[in-house]
Design a protein around this ligand. Structure first.
Ligand code: ZN
Ligand code: ZN
Length: 344
């Protein structure tokens, strides 16, 4: 009977046993937080397309088995040594920014978002597809009580990325801002763009997306299968910002001519093939292309507060942790409306 008394506490986790392998549901010991770390009792974890990096083994240096997940929401369950400013029971979230080294040149310049040794949940260490996760305390964002865990989770990556890219785009209220793609990122980008006070043009495929785009806040819907989005944007005076959320380099290339003078194409959709643009397209009108990588935990808190203030929420489909494999397949199918979230 003594063995029962000292039995370690276990939990369920959905792990990838090796690169390219399917998910397996396993029992693991509940991890203990070390110095500077906290343990979170996970309530929800969003499934992001970037989790393909872990499942497919596309990110260098991943140690397997690995639990993916970088859209984590839960409550702090235990504090490691030297952690201050956070308390047990507090609602928190963790996104792509899973800890910084604090010593690289970006960190020394205060540009933590671009830490050269950024740690990423689900890649550098086990992420949120499990009942408990241990993370460094500098990865934590406080989550407002009013936000439902499953709705807050996608805001920590998809929401944060679009919110942060838009608010740093330089476009002023009233400017024409186009959102290319009405999916996991795009459906949030349209909402943020509208609440920021832009004249929002949503670019999607097919007439059937027009109604949804309007509901999300788009002032104009452009069907890319029926017309040239760049020509339409140009007729409207040109877009100050085009936020390219769908990972389609060809579609992004075709948008360049829709930019206003000094306009900027901001790239969020992560594709591996090249965007094609001529120097003339960039030089005439001083147009620019910029990529954007998510944000810090402080940026995540800004995203959550703005979403709370303005009623912006992701559209989600939830699955229990036991069905992580099915949920992941659903995300991959591209048919989900729009973010898939695991609940514990
Ligand atoms: Zn993500
Ligand atoms: Zn750094």
């Amino acid at each position: 009977m003594a063995a029962v008394a000292i039995a370690t506490r276990t939990m369920k986790a959905a792990q990838i046993p090796g690169p390219g392998r399917p998910f397996e549901l396993v029992e693991r010991e509940v991890p203990e937080p070390g110095q500077g770390e906290v343990r979170i009792k996970v309530q929800a974890c969003g499934i992001c397309h970037s989790d393909v990096l872990t499942q497919g083994g596309h990110y260098p240096g991943i140690v397997y088995p690995r639990v993916p997940g970088h859209e984590v929401v839960g409550t702090i369950d235990a504090l490691g040594d030297t952690v201050s400013g956070w308390r047990v029971g507090q609602r928190v979230g963790v996104g792509w920014h899973g800890g910084r080294d604090g010593t690289c040149i970006s960190c020394r310049r205060g540009d933590f978002r671009n830490c050269l040794n950024l740690r990423i949940p689900g890649i550098s260490y086990d992420g949120g597809y499990q009942e408990y996760v241990v993370v460094p305390d500098d990865a934590l964002a406080a989550v407002p009580d009013s936000l439902h865990a499953a709705e807050a989770a996608p805001l920590l990556c998809a929401g944060l990325t679009t919110f942060n890219a838009l608010r740093h785009s330089g476009a002023l209220p009233g400017a024409l801002v186009a959102v290319q793609g009405i999916g996991g990122l795009g459906h949030l980008a349209i909402q943020y763009a509208r609440k920021f006070g832009y004249n929002v043009a949503a670019i999607g495929r097919g007439s059937e997306n027009a109604e949804l785009a309007g509901k999300l806040g788009a002032n104009t819907y452009i069907d890319s299968t029926a017309t040239s989005p760049a020509e339409v944007l140009l007729r409207m005076g040109g877009a100050q910002t085009i936020l390219a959320t769908a990972p389609n380099s060809k579609a992004m290339s075709s948008l360049m001519d829709g930019l206003a003078p000094n306009g900027k194409l901001i790239v969020l959709g992560a594709a591996f093939d090249a965007i094609e643009v001529t120097p003339i397209q960039l030089i005439s009108g001083s147009r620019a292309i910029q990529g954007w990588l998510t944000g810090t935990p402080a940026d995540a808190e800004d995203t959550l507060h703005f979403s709370e203030l303005t009623g912006i929420r992701p559209m989600i489909e939830t699955y229990p942790l036991d069905q992580a494999g099915e949920a992941y397949a659903r995300m991959l199918s591209g048919d989900a409306q729009f973010r898939v979230v695991l609940t514990m």
